[in-house]
Write a protein that binds this ligand. Structure first.
Ligand code: ADP
Ligand code: PMV
Ligand code: MG
Length: 389
């Protein structure tokens, strides 16, 4: 049976997380860690004409399945009719899905999965209706760690579902790989559906994560609009996963609460972040062709990241594990900031191009001695890709 496979990257945010939810600019880039979604449509079973929708979440070792007849009760017979017009999940649908998921008895230590499952059910039934099918999702990304796993989940699923529905036309595979892309207007549709998934997971997303996961590259994003940034020199980042679990929805809500308690002070913080993101995006694009120019550029980037981290602390989204990473890297004259929603999760450390390998190794070893995990990624690569099989 024909299968539809899509992969979508995670991201780092170089500047502007949280403030971007409140209208500030932010800068983000795709990374070469992907979430893969595959989908097989199944024939409706002969006896009851119904069958089931199944999702196998490999990262959690859990498989969920719902009879199509039960999904029809929740989403109605017209589910899947408006595939070309993405619309938000209504509060009634959210409540009905919560009830459906209560019956799944999700283990207490994996209760965070409920948001992802709701996004899955909403995207599946909105795009394909209540017809039987089997989806498998697997990710290279740490989940709930600030690298945009929620967006990669929504984008890769939307890509596979829309291709299965025939609503987007995948292009031929790029030379030397099994992966191809989609036309720009098809990517727009994927992005709009993925945004609906992110709304279910984040509560109030800015849209930056799904945009960079769909379109790839490095982008400056502001109020739903974005531009590609052409970085003339590679941006090298060390990522530290503090392994402290956190949840973007709760952190975003916490920042909004602080903003309603201190509107003037927080408006100033958000405006300062906006200036940092604007400046950072123009520095990224500066051409630097000798060592002196490259070093000057990196020093400016580092200073802006340091300032942004200070403002994230003002917003209340740092964490003692994050502060430990900052203190450790500072010993080696390296600058770090949290990335994504904070409260734990991942930290970025800028790696200057002239940094001796021995210093990088020592820094990494010292960070890891605290029980954290360090890794490097390629920054600014492809967005959503597709293949059959
Ligand atoms: N591969 C996956 N399998 C199941 N759920 C996922 C997967 N990726 C993301 N999710 C959902 O997204 C949530 C994490 O999103 P979020 O808190 O925004 O953190 P982040 O996007 O930084 O990883 C998870 O709790 C889960 O509900
Ligand atoms: C905090 C925020 O700016 C980014 C969240 O990213 P992540 O889910 O932590 O990877 C929220 C958003 O922009 O939707
Ligand atoms: Mg997220």
């Amino acid at each position: 049976m024909e299968g539809f496979r899509a992969r979508a990257p995670g991201k780092i945010i170089l500047a502007g997380e949280h403030a971007v939810v409140h209208g500030s600019a932010a800068v983000a880039a795709a990374i070469d860690l992907y979430t893969h979604s595959s989908l097989h449509l199944l024939p409706a079973s002969e006896e009851d004409g119904a069958g089931a929708v199944e999702v196998d979440l490999r990262d959690t070792g859990l498989v969920f399945s719902w009879p199509c007849a039960r999904l029809r009760e929740v989403f109605g017979d017209t589910a899947g009719a408006a595939v070309n017009a993405p619309k938000p999940c209504s509060s009634d649908e959210l409540a009905a899905m919560a009830e459906l998921l209560e019956q799944e008895h999700i283990p207490e230590d994996k209760i965070w999965l409920a948001a992802g499952l709701s996004a899955f059910l909403y995207l599946y039934t909105s795009i394909l209706g209540c017809r039987p099918g089997k989806a498998v999702v697997k990710s290279d990304l740490p989940l709930g760690a600030g690298l945009g796993s929620s967006a990669a989940f929504s984008v890769s699923l939307s890509g596979a579902l829309l291709a299965a529905a025939g609503a987007v036309r995948p292009q031929a595979a790029d030379a030397g790989t099994e992966w191809g892309s989609f036309h720009k207007e098809d990517l727009e549709l994927v992005n709009q559906w993925a945004f609906q998934g992110e709304k279910i997971i984040h509560g109030k997303p800015s849209g930056i994560d799904n945009a960079v996961s769909t379109f790839g590259s490095m982008i400056k994003f502001k109020k739903g609009e974005f531009t590609n940034l052409k970085s003339s020199n590679p941006v090298k980042m060390l990522i530290t996963d503090t392994k402290v679990g956190r949840n973007t929805k709760a952190l975003v809500a916490g920042v909004s609460e602080r903003a309603s308690r201190h509107p003037d002070a927080m408006a100033s913080v958000i405006s300062a972040v906006n200036s940092i993101s604007e400046e950072l995006s123009s520095i990224v694009e500066l051409a630097a062709d000798d060592e002196v120019a490259i070093t000057a550029k990196e020093e400016k980037l580092a200073e802006l990241m340091e300032m942004n981290q200070g403002l994230l602390q003002c917003m209340g989204v740092s964490h003692c594990a994050i502060e430990t990473v900052l203190r450790t890297t500072l010993k080696y004259n390296l600058v770090s900031k949290l990335t994504g929603a904070g409260g734990g999760g991942c930290v970025l450390t800028l790696i200057p191009s002239l940094l001796p390998n021995s210093v990088l190794e020592k820094t990494t070893a010292e960070i890891e001695s605290h029980g954290f995990r360090c890794f490097q990624v390629k920054v600014g690569g492809r967005g959503l890709q597709f293949c059959r099989g």
